[in-house]
Write a protein that binds this ligand. Structure first.
Ligand SMILES: *[C@@H]1O[C@H](CO)[C@@H](O)[C@H](O)[C@H]1NC(C)=O
Ligand SMILES: *[C@@H]1O[C@H](CO)[C@@H](O)[C@H](O)[C@H]1NC(C)=O
Ligand SMILES: *[C@@H]1O[C@H](CO)[C@@H](O)[C@H](O)[C@H]1NC(C)=O
Ligand SMILES: *[C@@H]1O[C@H](CO)[C@@H](O)[C@H](O)[C@H]1NC(C)=O
Length: 366
């Protein structure tokens, strides 16, 4: 090998090592807001200097909230550490992060609404943006984790979390905490599965202390899914559950269908017209006190299968499969839960059946 190509390889190696070193999955710098502004940069709870919050730049009415602080007769509880921020009308927080151009990333953050109105967040990394509704509360303490994904257009991502709301009370507006990021590696189909990411192993970052799972909201206008290869084709979110806090049929991750027919997940697979295929999957419960008779409806093109599952809410699963003949060169595989369910230990939290290990294979005719 020539000297030139050796030093070229060396440069390439250094470049790879540095790009790996400067990015780590996990909490953003001061993503849990534990490092706060100096008292001189605050007026009551309001932060009055836009550079006062370490690692972040603020705009508009931003409050720095300590866990246990009272608002009216509501006690504010903070999920990660002791502090969080609240975004008033048209307020935003932003942070610049070194990333790799072209790569896909998923952001995970905790949000809680504080007033009765519908609250929304616009999360963006130009030119991508998504508006996340946070009016439906899925967990009892009011905080939920949300995921959103983007593709990096350059080596620096400017992450902006913005409250587009126009409430009468300027102090109304969502609380934000625990902002984390994860690089996504789009999975490929294999000779064991025509579907990609069928076990849901690749997906958004789950904060280590988060016991609620991560909501993946529907993004009708968005082609970058925090759950690579899958689309949330519904009005409401689905929930991403981890083996550390839930019962998962296979591997480390699965999906909980938390909002009945309003919570559907889909993927389009390439198929050959006239060929016979088998769609197989696991249906279970997440061991989260979600009890009762459940039904998961599976769709493959024009064929459907209803899979009943009796949940005792203590974990467990069964397997199901359907055979169909492809009538198109693209077959839509979709799942939803027929019914709504509520946790038996907490009647304000929506829950539902879990699906996992989704496989699609072509078979010979019997
Ligand atoms: C997670 O929980 C552990 C143990 O309770 C605690 O020490 C740690 O600070 C928590 N981490 C966060 C980010 O809240
Ligand atoms: C981001 O990249 C710039 C330019 O390469 C560098 O100066 C800066 O130190 C990096 N920041 C971090 C946090 O790695
Ligand atoms: C969300 O924010 C982005 C970036 O500022 C903006 O381009 C987009 O129009 C906003 N979306 C809505 C619905 O406000
Ligand atoms: C798949 O079907 C569509 C419409 O039926 C057609 O336009 C397209 O050419 C087909 N693609 C292949 C690879 O056969």
């Amino acid at each position: 090998m020539k000297r030139g190509s050796v030093s070229f390889l060396f440069v390439l190696l250094i470049a790879t090592v540095t790009s790996v070193l400067c990015f780590r999955d996990g909490m953003l710098p001061n993503g849990d807001f534990e490092r706060g502004p100096k008292p001189s940069d605050m007026k009551g709870t309001q932060v009055i200097n836009k550079k006062a919050l370490p690692s972040w730049e603020l705009s508009g009415f931003v409050e720095y909230i300590k866990s246990g602080q009272k608002q009216g007769d509501m006690l504010l509880v903070v999920p990660a550490g002791k502090f969080a921020v609240r975004l008033g009308n048209e307020a935003s927080i932003k942070q610049r992060l070194n990333v790799t151009k072209g790569m896909y990333y998923s952001l995970t953050f905790s949000a809680a609404r504080t007033c009765a109105q519908d609250e929304r967040l616009n999360i963006s990394v130009a030119p991508d943006s998504g508006v996340i509704p946070i009016q439906t509360v899925y967990s009892s303490n009011g905080w939920d984790l949300y995921a959103w994904a983007f593709q990096a257009e350059s080596d620096v991502a400017e992450i902006v979390i913005h409250n587009p709301g126009e409430e009468e009370d300027p102090a109304c507006g969502p609380l934000i905490d625990g902002v984390a990021i994860k690089a996504l590696y789009p999975p490929r189909p294999t000779n064991k599965n025509i579907l990609k990411n069928g076990g849901f192993e690749e997906g958004p970052y789950v904060l280590p202390n988060a016991t609620t799972g991560v909501l993946i909201p529907p993004f009708i206008e968005d082609d970058h899914s925090p759950l690579p290869a899958w689309m949330i084709e519904s009005l409401k979110a689905i929930k991403y559950v981890d083996v550390e806090h839930f019962s998962v049929p296979q591997g480390r991750r699965a999906v909980e269908l938390v909002a009945g027919k309003e919570s559907a997940i889909a993927q389009v697979a390439r198929t050959i017209i006239g060929k016979t295929y088998v769609l197989s999957f696991a249906v279970g419960d997440a061991n989260n006190a979600c009890q009762g008779s459940m039904i998961v409806e599976a769709f493959a093109g024009k064929d459907t299968l209803k899979v009943p599952y009796e949940s005792r809410g203590k974990g467990g699963f069964k397997r199901a499969s359907m055979r169909f003949v492809a009538v198109s060169n693209r077959t839509r595989v979709m799942f939803y839960s027929t019914f709504y369910a509520m946790r038996s230990d907490d009647f304000s939290s929506l829950c539902g059946p879990v699906i996992d290990d989704v496989k699609l294979l072509s078979v010979r005719k019997p």
